[in-house]
Design a protein around this ligand. Structure first.
Ligand code: NAG
Ligand code: NAG
Ligand code: NAG
Ligand code: NAG
Ligand code: NAG
Length: 356
């Protein structure tokens, strides 16, 4: 028995055979259609796009079967496709809107519905480009965003090259949890023009995509928009420790300790870099503890000094920015006496933001 099958008709044959117990010839093919109306929808969240689709035609024929979809998506210049398999009819993802977006999807029919080997439909494809305006040079330059001490987000930028003097930029942002895109409420200005934004206190913005768009206007020419996606825990610049102590015991054993920087960052989230100086020679080392034991290299060294800076460690973020260095803390050798000096660097307690 040999069937030549096209699309849905195969299923009928397949199901009929299942019902009436006929044996299928090896050249019978089971086919499934691709999802319908596959599209990329931009809800206006500055890069957070909805990929959505409808079930394939004739899917009712597979009532007892699991229909799944394999979705592949990427920014157009990206070498790799991201892939997910889902039973849903939508997927949401944060894309870089400076570039185009492309996606493709096909239907998967599980193996037990298709005589032992999974069946795939052909692909449905969709693309999305945010309409562009203005030349590339009108975009802002050197965007720099820092999440100070896991508390205050601040971004700054430089105007595009050679833009007309009336050009003024605006910053918009969104992250999951906000109902709408918001505009910067407190711009940092230079000569009346916006060159940065001091964000208000944000409600749990970490560990999710944070979308920013800086666009602009000018009477003389359109201004190209710039898009950015951050995860705020990856751009944290903590405070340095503000209290250091150095103790020498038995002439040799040195105990360095420092305070955990103040603020909302948990103690387990820090890595420290220690710059230690003994008799004019310096070396650096890292630790995730807030103390360190070392041995004096030179018995006769008169002065031991160290300073510390901090960063969020790999257990809490993928990346981070080193804090400023703490004040230097030193110990001077006094025979027959065990001493330690303490310092509390006042300048470091009150954090100074740039642009204030
Ligand atoms: C179904 O599977 C059986 C056993 O693996 C095989 O003999 C038969 O040819 C297959 N039929 C189809 C239509 O693939
Ligand atoms: C730029 O925009 C800000 C508000 O976003 C406004 O206060 C300021 O006057 C504008 N500057 C110019 C030169 O248009
Ligand atoms: C800038 O982007 C915001 C948010 O998408 C939009 O509401 C606004 O109209 C844009 N402004 C310009 C000048 O394109
Ligand atoms: C190192 O110094 C700190 C604070 O001065 C102290 O709590 C700790 O016990 C000391 N550790 C050792 C091994 O001496
Ligand atoms: C280090 O110096 C002390 C005091 O000057 C001395 O008693 C001790 O023997 C010296 N130790 C070494 C290993 O040189």
């Amino acid at each position: 028995m040999a069937f030549l099958c096209l699309d849905i008709s195969c299923l009928y044959i397949f199901l009929l055979c299942k019902a009436f117990g006929c044996t299928l010839a090896s050249n019978v093919e089971i086919k499934v259609n691709p999802p319908q109306n596959f599209e990329i929808v931009d809800p206006g969240y500055l890069g957070y796009l909805y990929l959505q689709w409808q079930p394939p035609l004739a899917v009712d024929n597979f009532k007892e079967c699991t229909i799944e979809y394999e979705l592949k998506y990427r920014n157009v210049d990206s070498a790799i496709w991201k892939t997910i398999i889902t039973k849903n009819l939508h997927y949401k993802y944060g894309f870089d809107l400076n570039k185009g977006v492309e996606a493709k999807i096909h239907t998967l029919l599980s193996a037990h519905c298709a005589n032992g080997s999974e069946v795939q439909s052909s692909w449905s494809e969709a693309t999305y480009w945010k309409p562009e305006q203005g030349s590339l040079e009108t975009k802002i330059r050197d965007m720099d965003c820092i999440y100070y001490n896991w508390q205050y987000l601040l971004c700054s930028w430089k105007p595009g090259i050679g833009v007309h003097f009336d050009t003024n930029y605006s910053l918009f942002y969104w992250y999951e949890g906000l109902d709408n895109v918001l505009q910067c409420a407190e711009y940092i200005k230079e000569n009346g023009k916006n060159i940065g934004c001091r964000f208000p206190k944000l409600e749990s913005p970490e560990y999710k995509d944070f979308f920013i768009c800086v666009n602009g206007s000018s009477e003389s020419s359109p201004i190209r928009s710039s898009y950015f996606i951050f995860e705020l825990q990856n751009i944290v610049k903590p405070l340095p420790p503000d209290y250091l102590s150095l103790t020498v015991k038995n002439s040799f054993d040195i105990n360095l300790t420092w305070s955990i920087p103040e603020g909302p960052i948990p103690a387990r989230c820090f890595i420290y870099e220690i710059l230690f100086t003994e008799a004019g020679r310096s070396w650096m080392t890292n630790t995730i503890e807030n103390e360190m034991h070392i041995t004096r290299a030179l018995n006769e060294s008169q002065e031991l000094c160290f300073l510390v800076r901090s960063k969020v460690n790999i257990y809490c973020s993928d990346d981070g920015i080193w804090s400023e260095w703490s004040d230097e803390h030193c110990w001077e050798d006094f025979p027959y006496e065990e001493r330690s000096f303490f310092s509390s660097g006042d300048t470091l307690l009150t954090y100074q933001f740039p642009f204030t």
